[in-house]
Design a protein around this ligand. Sequence first.
Ligand SMILES: [Zn+2]
Length: 247
Amino acid sequence: MTLNTWLAAHAASDVENLLLELTDRKLHYLTAAFLRRVWDDLPSDHTRAAVEATEAFASGRISEKELAHIRSLDLFDSGEGLWLGRADGERLDDLLGFGWSCCEYCDRQAEEYVCGALRNSGGFAEVQYALRDPDALAAAAALFARELVTWKASAEAERAEAEAQFHLFEEIVGPRWLPPERRQWRTTDVRTLARAIDRTRNFGALPILADALQEAGCEDERVLAHCRGPHAHVAGCWVVDMVLGYA
Ligand SMILES: [Zn+2]
């Protein structure tokens, strides 16, 4: 995909079509990365918690049920259909009712717990169902983030946001052809370091990962330059994923 193709896609279905071939893992990371760019403007703390949970799910730290629970709390708190992917207004109104909110108990309890109110509304089931459609959710997240910046600034800001999203796409999806020797670079040191970066979001350690990769025999300039270059990394960085064996 090129920058121009990405910028030309405005409807949810067009954006979704550009994401179709990605793995679910990449789609979850992209969803989180798009929303992290507008972190302070997200509708509620539940939205932020759902973004963090999306990353935790992508890296295998929480279950689908836990993620769906955290997302459904956000659905009821923010009233946004973000986690429903293709939400239409009427369906959202049906789910939420007027002035409906989840109980306090639900907020405070273990993430596995889903209170009766959530279950009865059908919101939890809807969120859980949509979770299996991660390309639609990633597209919804991209457009939602653009809307947020446009409300705050101007139409030009939307283009700048879309451009930044394309760079996130490159950061997470990476080059189409990866070096076949990558399997030999996955030494214990390299994997331990990559796992720590993935879990702690310590992207400042990527130059150290480059050193460890080089020690393991990696001379691929794309990989080394990506780790040592000046640009910002996010959860789902293609080099970290490659080292962890996801590519
Ligand atoms: Zn990166």
